[in-house]
Design a protein around this ligand. Structure first.
Ligand code: SF4
Length: 141
């Protein structure tokens, strides 16, 4: 038998155990690198979630401020002695910029049309209640 060809032989190349160990080591390194990146992404996602929560509550708060301004402004606009037929005569506007359609010219003076934008009255320091308005000049107490 010696010197004769073996009667069977492998069709595929058998990897050595050392090259398999190297491949496993490389795979382990890649998995650990991917794991680190995933951890980094998770912490970024958490930071973004916190940011969105903060933004959502800020938007909610600004919505409440806008709703309060509309409510209080409507009452002030309807009871202020300076509101003449929907136009405020207490303020002169130098430039209509920033007021949109709420500015109207009356006798050559730019005024605020508070009937269309009553929220402007909400923050107005010149407000004075008309007579007859609860707490107003000469009105009921
Ligand atoms: S509350 Fe101010 S802005 Fe509004 S009508 Fe009175 S004075 Fe004008």
């Amino acid at each position: 038998m010696s010197g004769e060809e073996p009667i069977i032989e492998p069709e595929v190349e058998v990897s050595s155990t050392s090259s398999l160990a190297e491949e496993v080591l490389k795979l382990g390194e890649r998995v650990s690198s991917i794991d680190e990146r995933v951890s980094g992404l998770e912490s970024r996602v958490e930071a973004l979630e916190e940011l969105f929560k903060g933004l959502a509550s800020a938007v909610e708060a600004s919505g409440r401020v806008a709703a309060a301004a509309a409510l209080i402004g409507s009452w002030k606009a309807s009871t202020c002695m300076f509101n003449r037929e929907g136009v405020c005569v207490a303020w002169r506007i130098r430039s209509p910029e920033g007021f949109g359609e709420s500015v109207v010219e009356v006798d050559g003076v730019l005024r605020l049309r508070v009937s269309e934008a009553p929220e402007l009255c909400a923050f107005c320091p010149l407000y004075q209640a008309r007579r007859g308005v609860r707490g107003g000049a000469g009105g009921e107490a």
